[in-house]
Design a protein around this ligand. Structure first.
Ligand code: COA
Length: 367
């Protein structure tokens, strides 16, 4: 009962009806629907609806007019700060004080606005001081089109398809670190802006949301040397991780990697061949390196290649991931509101035994 599991691996903390990563079979289903069936048929904004409302309609709304004041161009930091700020700006009420329907509406407003904030932050990073007018943005049909229009003032159809596919594939994935964070904050009864901004912070680390940013430099290096074998062997000899491989849940191929690999090929990615070669070499080397632990390609490896088709700068990839995850976070915050109780695990104390303060280093200040 009280066995310590580092990293909580395998510990069941919740029951959920939202997504089912099928660990052995390498499939991912949102509310029972395989993502293979979603990509190419539905757009991200409808998938948001599937995850949050269990219905494709009405889906993710348009963002309302809002002018973020303090964008630095560092998208994850902007997103985290601005999302927290929206709690005050919109006077969002605490989750304990609202109905599930009101919480759902707060989450819809926040989700739409968060995607808009990322697009605007990316525009600042590109050196544009002026926002794109709402009329131009309204010309886009899908959330991905509108994201690109708000960022660049134009939306190439292939770029939009790359982003839409990436967002659908990464919209939700069970109890990862950022979703757990969102649920922990929601379980305290805090408002939805607090829960969403905390999730953004958790997602910004390279072991969770930031890996694609580290995949492209790796592909560049391999393209430059033309020698994936040495690259991989050198990394493993230094006990470094090869970004884009390994997963806490899947022991088979990550189904999202499969879909994104296909999309990268369809969209004619110029990095496809290098990526495929590095993948082949890395998988073979990892099998030898850790024969007892399957380390397969994960979502972030092929995400990097697909996002590169849309010329997403690698610094922006954690925020692109956050745009996708607003769906999963919203669904989990709502589920937590409906079914959860305050999350409060325990820690086993392994520090020093009882001792006098005088045994601690440092100056004692006389009282
Ligand atoms: N490259 C090389 N070695 C790896 C590896 C990788 N990508 N992923 C795991 N390993 C090794 C670890 O070094 C560890 O070896 P050790 O027991 O000798 O220390 C062993 O495999 C188990 O790793 P562990 O960190 O316990 O697995 P995890 O389930 O906690 O890790 C990840 C999951 C995703 C954090 C991990 O695989 C990783 O860091 N991958 C690279 C980053 C990445 O792609 N992140 C995106 C995830 S979607």
């Amino acid at each position: 009962m009280n066995e310590f599991k580092p990293g909580l691996e395998g510990v069941v903390a919740f029951e959920t009806q939202i997504a089912e990563p099928d660990r052995e079979g390498g499939a991912l289903r949102y509310r029972g629907v395989d993502i293979e069936e979603l990509v190419g048929t539905f757009h991200y904004e409808q998938v948001w609806g599937l995850l949050v409302d269990e219905s494709f309609d009405p889906g993710l709304p348009e963002p309302e007019a809002y002018d973020p004041k303090h964008l630095s161009g560092d998208a994850p930091a902007d997103l985290q700060a601005e999302t927290a700020h929206l709690s005050g700006e919109w006077s969002l009420r605490k989750l304990v004080d609202v109905t599930p329907e009101e919480a759902r509406d707060d989450l819809a407003r926040l989700s739409a606005q968060m995607m808009s904030i990322v697009a605007q932050s990316a525009r600042v990073a590109d050196g544009h001081g002026d926002p794109v007018s709402d009329d131009v943005v309204a010309e886009g049909e899908t959330a991905a089109d509108k994201f690109l229009l708000r960022w660049r003032g134009e939306a190439d159809p292939d770029d939009a398809k790359a982003i839409d596919t990436y967002w659908i594939c990464t919209a939700e994935h069970g109890l990862n670190a950022s979703t757990f964070t969102a649920r922990v904050v929601a379980s305290t009864g805090a408002d939805c802006g607090a829960a969403m901004s905390a999730a953004v912070g958790a997602l910004s680390g390279p072991l969770h949301g930031g890996a694609p940013a580290r995949v492209l430099p790796m592909l560049d290096e391999v393209a430059r040397t033309g020698d994936p074998e040495s690259y991989v062997q050198d990394k493993l000899a230094r006990h470094e991780r090869i970004m884009g491989f390994g997963h806490r849940v899947y022991r088979a191929e990550d189904p999202r990697a499969r879909l994104l690999r296909r999309t990268a090929k369809e969209l004619g990615s110029s990095r496809f061949e290098v990526a495929e070669e590095l993948e082949r070499v890395a998988l073979a080397a990892l099998r030898e390196y850790k024969p007892d632990r399957p380390l397969e390609t994960n979502v972030e490896f092929w995400s990097a290649v697909v996002l590169d088709v849309a010329e997403i700068p690698h610094e922006l990839t954690p925020a692109m991931f956050a745009c996708a995850r607003v769906a999963g976070w919203s669904a989990h915050i709502l589920e937590e509101k409906r079914t959860g109780r305050l999350i409060r695990p325990s820690a086993r104390y392994v520090g020093p035994g009882a001792r006098p303060a005088s045994s601690v280093g440092g100056t004692l200040v006389p009282s």
